[in-house]
Write a protein that binds this ligand. Sequence first.
Ligand SMILES: Cc1cc2nc3c(=O)[nH]c(=O)nc-3n(C[C@H](O)[C@H](O)[C@H](O)COP(=O)(O)O)c2cc1C
Length: 189
Amino acid sequence: MSENAQALVVYESMFGNTEQVAKAIGEGLRSKVEAEVIRVDRAPEVLPDSLDLLVVGGPTHAFSMSRPGTRESASAQGTVVMPSQVGIREWLDRLLPDDGTAIFATFDTRVTKVRKLPGSAAKAAAKVLRRRGVGVVAESVSFYVEDSAGPLSEGELDRARAWGASLAARFEPRGTGSTDPAVQPRRAT
Ligand SMILES: Cc1cc2nc3c(=O)[nH]c(=O)nc-3n(C[C@H](O)[C@H](O)[C@H](O)COP(=O)(O)O)c2cc1C
């Protein structure tokens, strides 16, 4: 078995900005844990037994997670990087209530001009996870784009890498450090 904690980043992205953020989070995570980054339409519906951290993210559409209609609307606006059938909302709906994953974190992308408005896909995803009574839902973070199709605002990829690294820092290599179950890889034997 691997010595390191295992993380999975599942993302949705229409115009490619959230995809870039997800990959940067993955880079940050890999400073301390093993991390895979998977697009939501290719993500497993049953999470691997060995998973310690699940990070889920997508674009904010209509103040929340996207829906089929908002993804179709995005597809009508320009070139998109994934099909519109499945988003993180639908994927989270199918997750088992307690799959044993220790920690969850959510992120989204939003337009910087309206950052004072409350709607956030990350917060909506965290709410779903909390309601399902899964493990610890750690954080929800927004990353910003200049306009609907992008680009990402300056410094956001660095911030995403740093956030990934900060999530990874909660995990000690197996068999060392903290005995707090919230920061230990779940399956240490
Ligand atoms: C149908 C639709 C609705 C949107 N609603 C919001 C919104 O409520 N708040 C916001 O900040 N951005 C909104 N946006 C902008 C998206 O957040 C932006 O397109 C997204 O962050 C870009 O990420 P992506 O390239 O990964 O798709 C919306 C975009 C679309 C297409």
